[in-house]
Design a protein around this ligand. Structure first.
Ligand SMILES: Cc1cc2nc3c(=O)[nH]c(=O)nc-3n(C[C@H](O)[C@H](O)[C@H](O)COP(=O)(O)OP(=O)(O)OC[C@H]3O[C@@H](n4cnc5c(N)ncnc54)[C@H](O)[C@@H]3O)c2cc1C
Length: 497
């Protein structure tokens, strides 16, 4: 018996459900393969950052497989075609893989399954990317949840009945036999035609594990609830690209978080964050974020229309833009380049451009700014994020954008609009984050750092930051823009009722 394990968003050997099942069922006769699919290298939302991270993770995966006696077979082409060919030359009996839930991945997987079964190869898929999937969590009426809090409650309840246990890795895998098929070496991003202009986080399973341990041992996990909203602080795990590519599993993350709690998890009903110490609160709050990740994967699975359209169809009638396409294009460019004149927005967009990552608080701020202050369609921002983010994930990104645009499942109500200056004062009080990414503002005193256009002209000269010359004046007036977008949302809602 020989089984092909098809790696996709599970680029690790530890706690890999399908890989472990294949190793068990075939007694180690597993053929580990990754298919470099041209569709993934060319689509609208391809990011050089993610290609680079993926290739690094594949190299690390190959090293881990070699340590187990095997290696990674890399093929290029359409998965259906190359996997059928591989199954034939390797005389494989079955193909195993871990499920993915986006509409595009599911369509691809159905096609692959049909092609392999037609060639006489058995196909089995496994739950691995999430702790609970598909129909495992439904309301009392058998419907999918659309609001986070009851989803979380159901998730935690199910967890208490059915706690996930991270598994180890296969003890040994058989060497890959000679294969009469065109394998490729893991290419560089440049060889695939990508230019990497960002300083990116490192990929690979060992790095993911190192980050998780660091997050725990540095005390950041315990302090998460109090630190996670401040972009100047290294207060979050930075595991998002690893969870995106599966160089770490959600079960491993969950288990490490639970191990830091001094009480049974899920927390008892009487648990109150206010009365608990920060240690308890931190890991608990972090587990909540892991549940948000699963919520958005679940939403896109049950409501595939949200992939391209408003989750809430009532907002399909919304008018976006200023009516002047040239002005909209200029504003969109200013947003992308971090030149809006709103320091917190500009700092965050420059961090994205330079590192491929952005803090969650600032993701919310810049998304709100694009939609509510610039009146631009959230899909423009969603697509731009996908092209830049090393953790760009169709479900989390779509969920985050629709939340900020007030068009989503459990969205921010449209009448609650982020004020970028107040957000900046609250979450970057000393301006440390702003100064790190917007060097023109480095010498601006704290008093003016959130709205440097308010500096008197003599002070602008003295600190070397003349507004309109060294740093832009705000491209829009927040209060005026807010009034108009509120009117539009109200009109849209009235039309829908
Ligand atoms: C507009 C917008 C777009 C976003 N796009 C993405 C995206 O493309 N990919 C992505 O992974 N996250 C996205 N997020 C969610 C969140 O900002 C990132 O997951 C987080 O900033 C990653 O940093 P971290 O790993 O240090 O997170 P931590 O705070 O350490 O959280 C741990 C993990 O939980 C998950 N997570 C945390 N917050 C969220 C959330 N709000 N929604 C879903 N999952 C979450 C991530 O997998 C994260 O790695 C987006 C949020 C917004 C508002």
């Amino acid at each position: 018996m020989r089984i092909i394990h098809w790696f996709r968003r599970d680029l690790r050997v530890t706690d890999n459900t399908a890989l472990l099942a294949a190793a068990r069922d075939a007694e180690g006769e597993v053929l580990p393969v990754f298919v470099l699919d041209d569709a993934l290298l060319r689509g609208r939302d391809v990011a050089p950052a993610r290609v680079q991270f993926l290739l690094e993770s594949l190299a690390a995966l190959d090293a881990s497989l070699r340590a187990l006696g095997s290696r990674l077979v890399v093929l290029r082409g359409a998965p259906g075609d190359v996997l059928v060919r591989l199954a034939r030359v390797a005389q494989a009996d079955a193909l195993y893989f871990n499920r993915d839930y986006t509409p595009r991945a599911r369509a691809r997987d159905r096609q692959v399954q049909r092609a392999l079964e037609a060639a006489g190869v058995r196909v089995r898929s496994f739950k691995d990317l999430v702790i609970f999937e598909e129909d495992e969590l439904l309301t009392a009426n058998g419907q999918p949840y659309t609001v986070f809090t009851p989803f979380k409650k159901a998730w935690l309840h199910r967890l208490s009945v059915d706690p996930p246990q991270p598994q180890g890795k296969p003890a040994r895998l058989a060497p890959v036999p000679p294969l009469n098929i065109a394998e490729i070496a893991i290419p560089t991003a440049e060889a695939l035609g990508f230019t990497i202009s960002q300083t990116l986080p490192q990929g690979g399973e060992p790095e993911a594990w190192r980050l998780l341990q660091h997050f725990k041992e540095s005390g950041a996990m315990r302090a998460y609830a109090v630190q996670r909203d401040f972009p100047a602080i290294e207060g979050t795990s930075r595991l998002s690209p690893h969870l995106r590519f599966g160089t770490i599993s959600p079960r491993q993350c969950y288990a490490e978080a639970v191990a830091t709690l001094s009480y049974a998890f899920p927390a008892p009903r009487s648990f109150s964050p206010a009365s608990s110490d920060a240690k308890k609160e931190g890991a608990d709050a972090w587990i909540s974020e892991l549940i948000w990740r699963e919520f958005y994967i679940y939403i896109l699975f049950h409501f595939p229309h949200a992939d391209r359209a408003n989750f809430n169809r009532a907002f399909d009638a919304m008018t976006w833009g200023s009516g002047n396409p040239e002005l909209d294009a200029t504003r969109f460019r200013a947003w992308r380049e971090g030149q809006t004149g709103y320091p917190i927005v500009d700092a965050a967009m420059r961090q994205l451009n330079q590192t491929g990552w952005m803090h969650n608080r600032t993701r919310m701020i810049v998304a709100s700014f694009l939609v509510k202050d610039l009146w631009l369609d959230w899909r423009l921002g969603e697509s731009h994020f996908m092209q830049k983010l090393v953790d760009g994930d169709p479900a989390a990104n779509n969920g985050g954008w629709q939340w900020a645009a007030s068009t989503g499942t459990d969205a921010q109500p449209y009448f609650r609009i982020f004020n970028p200056t107040l957000q900046s004062e609250r979450f970057d009080p000393e301006g440390a984050f702003i100064r790190r990414w917007v060097p023109e503002l480095a010498r601006v005193p704290n008093e003016y750092i959130h709205a440097p256009q308010r500096m008197p002209p003599s002070l602008q000269e003295a600190v070397g930051c003349v507004i309109g010359k060294d740093y832009p004046a705000p491209i829009v007036d927040h209060s005026a823009q807010k009034e108009e977008i509120l009117r539009r949302f109200e009109r849209c809602k009235a039309r829908a009722n």
